[in-house]
Write a protein that binds this ligand. Sequence first.
Ligand SMILES: C[S@@+](CC[C@H](N)C(=O)[O-])C[C@H]1O[C@@H](n2cnc3c(N)ncnc32)[C@H](O)[C@@H]1O
Length: 255
Amino acid sequence: MKKLIAFIYGAICYLIFFVSFLWLILFLRNFGAYVATTVNSGAAGPILQSLLINLGLIALFRIQHTVMARKSFKDWWTKLVPKPVERSTYVLFSSIALILLLWFWQPLPETVWQVETAWASLVLQWGFWLGWMIVFLSTWMIDHFNLFGLKQVWNYMRDRKQNPPQFMEPGFYKYFRHPLMLGFLIAFWSISHMTVGHLIFSCGMTLYIVIGVYYEERAIVRRFGGKYEDYRKRVPKFFPGLSIKEKEYKQEELA
Ligand SMILES: C[S@@+](CC[C@H](N)C(=O)[O-])C[C@H]1O[C@@H](n2cnc3c(N)ncnc32)[C@H](O)[C@@H]1O
């Protein structure tokens, strides 16, 4: 019974994540007919107040993700939360932080740029969907159900051992170390009508991704050691070409 309840809990957390994620996509695309709020919807309030609320919402989202992903935090809270539902609970809290951001987001509808050229607008439109496609495919490449906690509760219910995380280099991961985050960046910036509100969202999330990836890599190096160090030398972070580490090594060689 305990195991079934854990699985149902995990499935509900996954469902909440799925809905919040879908909402995020429609939110950024301004599909107001399908969701309660979009990045530009609603009556605009005083600029400073809206700005502070939006920055606060991004900070809340960032703090939740950063703190809960820390090893020291995980060590502490797995004393309170049973191990099999730990990932699902992280997914639940992340989804709640995202829902709060989407729900309370304040519109700042002044235009920053508007791409008028038809072909460029089309490229940006396709770029948006390409970004989400990269995000979606990347989650499957590094194990979608494991990433969102369903595998853990399923294994627990079926009395199967949960294998420890393994270093992987599947699909996109052969070419970029962070394809999932790259997909987000492409989706957040592929916008032909950029408003002040949307720009704040894109800048805030970009900053979060850049800082988040730095801390994520520190944790991965601790977990996988030399294998990941070697990967960092060979594979760029976000964009093809020389990785920062590789550049440093080349410069050292030249010096
Ligand atoms: C939300 S995923 C994001 C992965 C990556 N930052 C990206 O943008 O594609 C975070 C999880 O993926 C794991 N991870 C990242 N790169 C990995 C790799 N090459 N092999 C195995 N796990 C990895 C991290 O340890 C972390 O638990």
